[in-house]
Design a protein around this ligand. Structure first.
Ligand code: ARG
Length: 468
């Protein structure tokens, strides 16, 4: 038998099967069920408070919804595509269960403000969840930084050897990025934390309701000020997708580097066998597929951000069915970043750093040349002049195939009389590292302090609730 539609009153024909399957969203928005029920309970509580339903009816609604929640949790609830979406599935089940009282739940509410509410509740929880996952990855990076304190690697610009840095300094660079990601999520959270409930279809209601009360029950920091904006706004989805895109981009940069780092010519890291995969034809292969997939999935997340922007562009006020598509994009972007963050944290914990190889690499590329130029500055040579002198010295070293530190003092003197025998105290990777001074630099003392700072900060970050 065909399902009776909750909106079927004015219709004379059954919905075509093709339309039902084209327009349904319950196959993906079922994930909102907890938030939908939480919102409905708050709404019913407000309706009772405003005497739009009786206390008894409210109790029946709350009990019915709580039972439905348990049923869904237990996997025993049957989602029907003929009932379109999660909202109508739950409302119909409630009416089936408790009868007349259930028919009053939708008083002073539309699916338009209901879905806007559910998405805000979902995204709000997601920002917390994602923040927790970012902390886990940060902790792993800090731990590696602490365990390997003292290891020196070539720092790169243009992917060419530039100046030596501590491996810990490199790792902490990502910790800083991930911290910014957290603050971005928090900004998103603050902006979205307003209740759209009460906007109804678009214009509000003629009934005497108390949206502020519902907002308070749901932990919102106030109510959306304009009902048309409340049901039309999906800025928070775009903003969240942008936060996710930035996280994905950061993960992708690290992945790209580490893919290079496990290349046979570089070999800075060795990822545990448990986090690599092999080749179906080449028996010797051990590939960094996890990192490649994190890098690859980044494209998906960016794509979803673009989908959302395009989805909203040109949509007239207020609600339009197009908006149903927001979930497809936001859910997948969130799932993708969530799994990437989790697996990367595991992979970091299961990666070894090859200090000798890094140190060996530091021997190439004259990565102490800038230190030599700064040495000359300290001797009173203007920097631009010092730059030229050292450039000439490097050219000579390339010609005779030696490192800067291999040159005799007389050879140095031929380029600049300012160079004295203390020059050997600034040359070489270890000297370079030792001599860094500026704030935020890779100076070992500063890096050590920053490790301690992160350890303390991250140990006090509370574990987040995962309700998804
Ligand atoms: N499934 C819809 C969505 O996700 C819910 C709102 C439907 N509203 C409507 N007037 N058809 O956007």
């Amino acid at each position: 038998m065909k399902q009776k539609k909750p909106w079927g009153g004015r219709f004379t024909k059954q919905t075509a099967a093709s339309v039902e399957s084209f327009t349904e969203s319950v196959s993906f928005d079922w994930r909102l069920y907890e938030y939908d029920i939480e919102g409905s309970i708050a709404h019913a509580t407000m309706l009772a408070r405003c005497k739009l339903i009786t206390e008894k009816e409210k109790d029946a609604i709350v009990k019915g919804l709580s039972e439905i929640l348990k049923e869904i949790h237990a996997g025993k609830f049957e989602f029907k595509k003929s009932l379109e979406d999660i909202h109508m599935n739950i409302e119909s089940a409630l009416i089936e269960r408790i009868g007349e009282a259930g028919k009053k739940l939708h008083t002073a509410r539309s699916r338009n403000d209901q879905v806007a509410l559910d998405m805000r509740l979902w995204t709000r929880e997601q920002t917390r969840l994602m923040t927790g996952l970012l902390s886990v990855l940060q902790k792993e990076l800090v731990k590696k930084g602490k365990d390997h304190f003292g290891l020196i690697m070539p720092g790169f610009t243009h992917l060419q050897h530039a100046q030596p840095v501590l491996l810990s300094h490199y790792l902490l660079a990502y910790v800083e990025m991930l911290e910014r990601d957290k603050t971005r999520l928090h900004d998103c959270y603050v902006r979205l934390n307003k209740s759209p409930l009460g906007a109804c279809a678009l214009a509000g209601t003629t009934l005497l309701t108390d949206p502020l009360h519902t907002a308070k029950l749901l932990g919102f920091q106030g109510v959306c000020e304009n009902s048309m904006d409340a049901v039309s706004d999906r800025d928070f989805c775009i903003e969240y997708a942008f936060c996710l895109s930035t996280i994905a981009m950061h993960l992708s940069r690290l992945s790209e580097e580490w893919i290079i780092w496990c290349n046979d010519e570089v070999k800075f890291i060795e990822i545990s066998d448990a986090y690599c995969t092999g080749s179906s034809i080449m028996p010797q292969k051990k590939n960094p597929d996890v990192l490649e997939l994190i890098r690859g999935k980044c494209g998906r997340v960016f794509g979803h951000l673009m989908s959302l922007l395009t989805l909203l562009k040109g949509l007239p006020l207020s609600y339009n069915r197009d908006m149903q598509e927001d979930k497809v994009a936001v859910f997948d972007a969130a799932d993708t970043v969530q799994t990437s963050l989790s697996i990367l944290a595991e992979l970091v914990a299961n990666t070894n750093f090859n200090g000798e190889q890094m140190m060996q690499a530091c021997e190439n590329g004259f990565i102490d040349a800038t230190a030599l130029a700064e040495y000359l500055v300290k001797k009173g040579v203007p920097f631009r002049k010092a730059h030229e002198i050292v450039g000439n010295i490097v050219r000579e070293c390339i010609r005779v195939q030696c490192r800067l530190m291999d040159l005799k003092l007389e050879s140095f003197k031929a380029f600049s009389s300012a160079i004295e025998k203390d020059v050997y105290e600034v040359l070489g990777v270890e000297n370079c590292i030792k001599n860094y001074k500026s704030y935020g630099s890779t100076a070992p003392g500063l890096v050590k302090k920053r490790i301690a700072y992160w350890e303390k900060k991250l140990s006090s970050s509370s574990p987040r609730k995962n309700t998804d």
